[in-house]
Write a protein that binds this ligand. Structure first.
Ligand SMILES: Nc1ncnc2c1ncn2[C@@H]1O[C@H](COP(=O)(O)OP(=O)(O)OP(=O)(O)O)[C@@H](O)[C@H]1O
Length: 505
């Protein structure tokens, strides 16, 4: 996390209202007394590092309270009203304060008691609305209540995590691990992240230091299982984050292998977080979950209200000049308040155009970097770090950066090339307007984007954004964009969810 942002709020400045003292042994879920343990003392320097660069919730955070919620399933518990009055472990409450969360978001209000109560969950909620903490907090709370494992198999070099979180991209896995490190602060629980594209030895060393929570991309996890360095036989919690994206990326065989063919106990609790609920996800949910609760938070149609969306009709070579103009006008805005870091994320369809566009912007003296699948993992990480810190306030990206990435101060997302599916559009623009902050999204539309016109117009209309005439006209003939209108059930498909199907229980 970048420490140079003037808006960073350092944790050490905050007063903790609870849990500055070691607790008595906790009563675990199900009423059994957990193994006694005490949190380590506070460490101000560590807090500065862990909680620096935290995104500030924005002026529209309170508006989240009016978001429509839908739940289905048996014995759905009441939502929690606040962290303070909830049943989560006191150390979670203390760490939530350090993270600067004063109130839970709607997905947290609903998901925390469901997960804490031991039920399986399939959850959909809009971008930037706090889904990561919605699963991390109750899982860690349960771990803390149960205390460290004192018995069970011990084999040298093999780890037995109690929690596995699968994520589609390396950057998302790293980000989840960083969040997990905040909430495991002062506890016995250790979070480790493993992902491909980087030498395995360092990750093996990290695993050997202990692993309660394993955050992984599917390919690297299969590798570690084959090497017999990870056993899933003690798993209690399985999370599939951005499950729809993992299927889109072709990870289904690996996921099925991990979940169905290894030694993972059937008694585990399984949580599926996905932006959409297409047929494939429904089948996965039916195979992996047991009588689960279905939770949908947010308006169907997906794009967060806090994002001002503009669609411009621009095509061919005119795009480059238009992009440069937009970036310069962003820069002018920045100059009005130099304290405000304002980052611009530009999406393109191909790795090659990411490279050529980055070079073009650099020729125009615009500090730009790029992230895409042909760059080495070290280059990807360096690009993201430089973007976060504002050293290169413009980043050109392919869809590797479309899902889940949470970069504070992204004020403008530009779809230089529109994606083929409306779901991807909703995720891309969701990199701004997060945690109640206001964001801006601009897209360049040309006749080649005709297939997505109808779904795009619908998404704009539902988010109360202006629909330009060229889109109104085009939408009568288009089908809604591949993957966006045909059978997708949930956020970003631009149509009423009930028209697309029902969850399979
Ligand atoms: N209760 C809260 N109060 C304030 N900020 C919060 C709260 N919960 C989460 N946040 C912050 O909101 C931001 C978005 O959270 P997160 O990345 O979990 O969203 P998400 O719903 O997973 O988004 P996406 O769909 O893009 O993956 C993060 O910076 C997170 O720290």
């Amino acid at each position: 996390m970048d420490g140079s942002n003037p808006h960073n709020r350092f944790a050490c400045d905050r007063n903790l209202t609870s849990f500055d003292h070691p607790p008595a042994p906790q009563v675990g879920a199900g009423g059994r007394t957990g193994n006694a343990w005490a949190p380590t003392p506070r460490d101000v320097e560590k807090e500065k590092k862990l909680f620096a660069g935290q995104m500030k919730s924005g002026i529209n955070f309170e508006k989240y309270a009016s978001i429509p919620i839908e739940t289905a399933g048996n014995n759905v518990p009441f939502p929690m009203q606040s962290f303070e009055t909830s049943t989560v472990h006191p150390l979670i409450k203390a760490n939530v304060i350090l993270a600067g969360y004063s109130n839970p978001t709607p997905v947290q209000k609903h998901a925390v008691p469901i997960i804490d109560g031991g039920q399986d969950l399939m959850a959909c909620a809009q971008t930037g609305s706090g889904k990561t903490a919605a699963f991390l907090l109750p899982i860690l709370s349960r771990n803390f209540k149960d205390g460290p494992e004192t018995e069970g198999p011990r084999y040298p070099g093999v780890v037995f995590p109690s929690t596995l979180i699968l994520a589609p991209t390396r950057e998302l896995a790293m980000q989840i691990a960083n969040e997990a490190k905040k909430f495991t602060y002062r506890s016995f629980a250790r979070a480790v992240v493993v992902y491909g594209g980087t030498p395995i030895n360092m990750q093996l060393g990290d695993l050997e230091r202990g692993c309660h929570l394993l955050i992984a991309t599917p390919g690297r996890l299969c590798d570690l299982i084959e090497r017999r360095r990870v056993s899933l036989s003690k798993l209690k919690y399985l999370v599939l984050d951005e499950a729809d994206r993992m299927l889109d990326m072709g990870f289904e065989p690996q996921i099925r292998r991990i979940v169905e063919e290894e030694d993972m106990p059937r008694s585990r609790q399984t949580l599926l977080f996905s932006a959409t609920f297409p047929r494939e996800i429904q089948i996965l949910a039916k195979d992996f979950l047991r009588s689960y609760v279905w939770l949908a938070v947010g308006r169907v149609g997906g794009a967060a209200d806090d994002i001002a969306q503009t669609i411009l009709q621009v095509s061919g070579t005119a795009k480059r000049d238009k992009l440069v103009n937009l970036i310069f006008s962003d820069k002018d805005l920045r100059m009005q308040d130099p304290k405000n870091l304002a980052l611009t994320l530009v999406f393109v369809q191909t790795k090659r155009s990411a490279d050529t566009l980055t070079s073009y912007l650099r020729e125009k003296k615009i500090p730009a970097t790029s992230i895409h699948g042909d760059r080495s993992q070290a280059e990807r990480e360096a690009a993201l770090a430089s973007f976060r810190a504002g050293r290169t306030p413009v980043m050109i990206a392919t869809d590797v950066a479309a899902r889940g990435l949470d970069v504070p101060n992204v004020t403008h997302v530009i779809n230089y090339d529109l994606p083929g599916s409306i779901d991807d559009y909703v995720h891309r623009i969701g990199r701004t307007g997060r945690a109640g902050n206001i964001g801006r999204a601009t897209a360049f539309y040309s006749d080649t984007n005709f297939p997505i016109a109808r779904a795009l117009a619908e998404t704009l209309r539902q988010a109360k954004q202006p629909v330009p005439d060229f889109l109104k006209n085009a939408r009568f003939a288009s089908t809604g964009g591949s993957g966006g209108g045909g059978g997708s059930f949930g956020f970003g498909n631009g149509g009423p969810r009930r028209n697309y199907g029902e969850p399979l229980f």
